[in-house]
Design a protein around this ligand. Structure first.
Ligand code: PGA
Length: 259
């Protein structure tokens, strides 16, 4: 695990976006795993700037997103399909037909999940997976108590996730947040060749502490990344504030990145 401690979320977003831009330049047919939430928005903005400046093209890139709420169609303004279209896909030159988000309206959700895994496999697997982290340490919607080997499936949101998501989205109304989602599993996520996790703000400090310096545990599903050999954690000072070896990580990653 490489922990990149940045002064600001702007700096972290730029570094992470540069890592993705460089990878797409090297492999124009790269397969990306993408995430929703407030955290990656700035990074997506930086990726879009690189496209606008004609530094990179996503014309041949394929993407698979982490999760989607059960019961929301892609046209719903709180669905993750809608979020991706607005915050990234419309701003870069990716073909919409090359972007994939689980169908929250699927009649047979488990079948949908199995088919999604098969699609990813057929595409050769995910080259770079983008992740946020929940304040409870979840990745995608893999809440505490989820097996670290889990596969894409129907999952149940914790009250704390429902509260977090209502605060940022759903106009603050907890009762409107769906209680179930379709989500890539922890095991599925860990099969990505490279992982980029972003975390900003004091509200993520405990989750980052658990992810990086806690034991590997299903109580903090992000801790599964400890067993991944190319996982990058980009955080700001606040999210990194509880890390015991913060200064060591800062120096090590700066040296590796030539900062
Ligand atoms: P956030 O969500 O980026 O909106 O904080 C992250 C997550 O729950 O994975």
């Amino acid at each position: 695990m490489e922990i990149v401690v940045c002064k600001t979320k702007e700096e972290a977003s730029k570094l992470a976006a540069a890592m993705i831009t460089d990878a797409v330049k090297k492999n124009p047919k790269i397969v990306l795993g993408l995430a929703t939430g407030s955290t990656p928005v700035m990074m997506y903005g930086e990726m879009a700037k690189a496209v606008k400046a004609k530094k990179v093209s996503y014309k041949q890139v394929k993407s698979w997103n982490l999760d989607e709420y059960v019961g929301l169609p892609g046209t719903h303004d709180q669905s993750y399909r809608y979020f991706m279209n607005e915050n990234l896909f419309k701003k870069i030159d990716i073909k919409l037909s090359n972007t994939h988000v689980l169908n929250g309206m699927a009649k047979d959700p488990e079948k949908e999940c199995k088919a999604y895994e098969a699609q990813i496999k057929k595409a050769g697997g995910i080259d770079i997976q983008v992740l946020g982290i929940g304040s409870d340490g979840h990745i995608a919607f893999n809440e505490p108590g989820t097996s670290l080997n889990s596969r894409t499936s129907v999952v149940y949101l914790t009250p704390s996730t429902i509260k977090d998501n209502a605060r940022l989205f759903f106009k603050g109304k907890e009762k409107d947040v769906p209680t179930r989602a379709l989500s890539m599993g922890v095991g599925t996520i860990c099969e990505a060749k490279k992982i980029i996790l972003l975390a900003f703000g004091k509200g993520k400090a405990d989750a980052i502490k658990g992810c990086v310096e806690g034991g590997m545990s299903q109580f903090c599903t992000a801790s599964a990344l400890q067993a991944h050999n190319d996982a990058w954690i980009f955080c700001d000072e606040d999210a990194a504030s509880k890390l015991k070896l913060k200064e060591y990580y800062r120096w090590r990653s700066a040296t590796k990145l030539g900062k």
